[in-house]
Design a binder for this molecule. Structure first.
Ligand code: IMP
Ligand code: MG
Length: 368
């Protein structure tokens, strides 16, 4: 692992794989451009190593020059390309080969080709060491591609993060976020609250119970709380957007958290989508939906037992209890399906001692 400024990177593409990719690109160039005396144009700064490797492998007469363009700030594209060093060479009537370290959105090559065409260049080819097909937004054909990569930020082999990392001889990617984010489910009486408390301690997670978040915001009259209350007072459902904004604020409050236990949210597929987006915007994701499974008859007995001492009227009436359980399964089925599709659903037997159930939950979490 390497650390550049504030970020950690892990190995992604080996020197050997890069070498093979450059051999492939160079073979194509040798085949297509023999005796055409091409002018290679490397795009600085990132392409300097790739350009030199391609040039060493090119077997015929050729020339090389460089332009300097920049579109990235940190790990994000700015969608605006700045020309820092222009092209001095005569390109009219020449065969030009653009050498790029990486084609991402394609903004850079688009600007470069406009420049070339304006200067009278009619024949051009594009060769890039890396290419992010998911990020590419242009129609321009890229003639020679070394390695296609997913839409991730990489460094090394000429590529930088805020100026650092160009000297790495292999390519690294941003270290994937290792947060554990759980969506916890359990029917009434399954012991979800108890387990949430234990898991929170054991894994150093922050427990976000939507009910608590609502009560907190309303009691403290935060802007979102006041907004939520205005709906509740009118007997209306609080819009998802308001809830998500509250959860977002909760997540932001806990920057150092190892992960979160979401409890009471999501309830619908639309909410699950919103939660995915929220976490994605923080470079994280839902790790798993964990649902405690307890037989209905056991739940009914437990709740009736609890009703004798808790004084909660909804625990005293068997009909009410059975309906609450039914509502739970109706709601949960949608989400079970949602997370099952992503291989993220884990049902855990919720009958047994507290420690025993924690054990079962842990064996799921430890494998995430
Ligand atoms: P484009 O203009 O969006 O195609 O981006 C191309 C330029 O952005 C490259 O020449 C790089 O300088 C920079 N770039 C794009 N993706 C990365 C990356 O993952 N790491 C480092 N620089 C990148
Ligand atoms: Mg570049």
């Amino acid at each position: 692992m390497v650390k550049l400024h504030d970020l950690q990177f892990v190995p992604f593409i080996s020197e050997e794989e890069i070498g093979t990719a450059i051999d492939k690109v160079s073979a194509g160039l040798n085949q297509d451009l023999a005796n055409k005396n091409p002018l290679f144009i490397g795009v600085l700064n990132g392409a300097f190593i790739f350009a030199s490797e391609v040039l060493k492998r090119f077997d015929y007469d050729c020339e090389i020059s460089f332009v300097k363009l920049a579109s990235y700030e940190g790990t994000e594209t700015t969608h605006e390309v700045k020309e820092l060093v222009g092209l001095g060479e005569e390109v009219t009537g020449r065969t030009v080969v653009i050498l790029e370290d990486i084609v991402d959105t394609g903004n850079t090559i688009e600007v470069l080709i406009e420049m070339l065409v304006e200067k009278g260049c009619l024949t051009y080819k594009i060769a890039t060491l890396f290419y992010k097909p998911e990020a590419y937004t242009k129609k321009i054909n890229i003639n020679y591609i070394g390695i296609e990569i997913p839409n991730r930020f990489i460094v090394g082999y000429g590529l930088d993060y805020k100026g650092l990392g160009r000297n790495l001889t292999e390519v690294y990617q941003l270290k994937p976020n290792d947060m554990t984010n759980l969506v916890l489910f359990g029917p009434p009486g399954a012991g979800k609250g108890t387990q949430a408390e234990v898991l929170k301690q054991k894994y150093n997670l922050v427990h976000i119970s939507t009910g608590d978040v609502f009560r907190y915001n309303i009691k403290n009259e935060t802007e979102l709380g006041t907004l939520a209350k205005s709906y509740i007072d009118k007997g209306q459902l609080v819009p998802d957007e308001v809830t998500i904004n509250m959860l977002n604020a909760e997540v932001d409050k806990n920057q150092e958290a190892k992960g979160f236990i979401f409890d009471g949210f999501p309830r619908t597929e639309a909410q699950a989508d919103s939660l995915d987006k929220l976490l994605e915007s923080k470079g994280a994701m839902v790790s798993a939906m964990v649902a405690l499974e307890v037989d209905d008859e056991v739940l009914v007995q437990r709740l009736l037992e609890r009703g004798k001492t808790s004084g909660r009227p909804d625990d005293a009436d068997e009909k009410v209890i059975r309906n609450r359980i039914k509502v739970y399964y109706d709601e949960t089925a949608i989400l079970k399906n949602y997370y099952q599709k992503q291989d993220k659903y884990f049902g855990v037997d919720g009958v047994g001692g507290i420690d025993e159930i924690t054990e079962r939950l842990s064996s799921v979490i430890d494998k995430l």
